[in-house]
Write a protein that binds this ligand. Structure first.
Ligand code: DP6
Length: 372
């Protein structure tokens, strides 16, 4: 049991037949990369994200009273293998918390829909685990605060903790008196604070060399620059936080690109190397610098994949979109305004309607992207 990490303050509420939650994805402007505690998914560095209102996941969870394998359907496709195991081990944690509160639950049916093209590589473990945390806790007849839900979501995927709050959110590790590590989330500013846009330029969606979890373990073990990364995140985080509070896009642009480029320098200098960026990713970075040179304030960032995310003011959205679409290899551009917090949107869905007597699903199968 993850007692050491399980959020405190969770309390029993009426148990519904099923519960549905929606959460937005997020992109870190100051990146997390590396863990100080693998099992508790405690990041080694603090991070600060902006919530992506246009990239949402909706997840419905129902628990049966009987034990058995969990059924997890993502965009109409039944998950198997490692993907299913990761969800099942998260649900085990929820079951353990529920048992501690005298609410034992059995196997789960989970249906999750991404309201953005997973086939374009935009699948997000952040929105996925934030929505799963909200829906599964409620479906088990438990309630908790946003902070407690963020802690729970972090145990599925660290970046998911930030998606629970919405707006601009930081996630920072800290050491307990016992010497063990934990992390806390804090909303730096709500979604209404600053009308920014994040444009996702989708490039070469099909290819992903390695997932972020193993890639960051490799980086920590092998990149000679990892020490510098651990020493410099604090200054980046303070810089980004102050820029957001002051709505200073020029300053935020500088620290955003600096953090992203440090992350990619780390992965490239790992052994064996990990190169998430493709040719069009680099060309898109140049297009962003060209825009800046010609007076349009914007900044890029990139995660564990080839897509480039570009931050700009709402007023510049169309100009930036046009420039990104003109880069050879950019397949599509999807804009988001700053999104809000995870919400539990309903808890009256009849799970039989989608589980069916045989457990078969008739929804069309779709290629699922790997979370960036
Ligand atoms: C590059 O949160 O996906 O997007 O905690 O292992 O699930 P796990 O990793 P994940 O890593 C995100 C890394 C990043 C930077 C960030 O979001 O801070």
């Amino acid at each position: 049991m993850h007692e050491k990490y399980a959020p405190e303050g969770i309390s029993p509420v009426e148990r519904p037949a099923a519960a549905t939650a929606r959460a937005c994805s997020n992109v870190a402007l100051v990146k997390y990369w590396g863990k100080v505690d693998e099992r508790g998914r405690v990041p080694a560095t603090g991070s600060l994200s902006v919530t992506l209102g246009g990239l949402k996941t909706e997840t419905t969870v129902a628990f049966s009273d009987r034990d058995g394998p969990d059924l997890v359907v993502l965009d109409g496709r039944s998950l198997g293998g490692r993907e299913a195991a990761r969800v099942a081990s998260f649900l085990d944690l929820v079951r353990e918390i529920a048992a501690v509160h005298g609410r034992p639950v059995g196997a789960a049916s989970v249906r999750s829909v991404n309201y953005f093209p997973t086939a374009a590589g935009l699948a997000s473990s952040a929105s996925g685990f934030a929505a799963l945390a909200g829906a599964s806790l409620r479906a088990a007849g438990l309630g908790g605060s946003e902070d407690e839900l963020a802690t729970l979501a972090r145990l599925g995927s660290a970046s998911a903790a930030r998606s629970v709050h919405g707006g601009f959110v930081e996630l920072v590790p800290y050491m307990l008196e016992s010497g063990a590590w934990n992390a806390r989330t804090a909303r730096v500013a709500a979604e209404g604070h600053w009308d920014l846009r994040v444009l996702v330029a989708v490039v070469d969606a099909g290819y992903k060399p390695i997932g972020s979890t193993p890639a960051m373990a490799r980086t920590a073990a092998t990149s000679p620059y990892y020490g510098g990364w651990l020493e410099t995140w604090g200054a980046d985080l303070a810089d980004a936080r102050d820029s957001i509070i002051a709505r200073d896009l020029e300053r935020l642009a500088s620290v955003t690109e600096h953090s992203a480029l440090k992350l990619h320098a780390l992965t490239m200098t790992s052994r064996p190397p990990v190169q998430f960026l493709r040719g069009p990713s680099i060309e898109t970075m140049h297009a962003v610098w060209d825009l800046r040179t010609s007076g349009t304030l914007c900044a890029f960032t990139a995660d564990a994949g080839p897509n480039i995310k570009v931050l700009c003011s709402a007023a510049d959205e169309e100009r930036v979109r046009a420039a990104l679409m003109s880069v050879q290899g950019v397949q599509s551009v999807r804009a988001s305004a700053v999104g809000g917090p995870m919400e539990v949107v309903g808890h009256d869905v009849d799970p039989v309607a989608w589980r069916g007597a045989s457990g078969e699903h008739e929804e069309p199968s779709q290629e699922a992207g790997d979370g960036e």
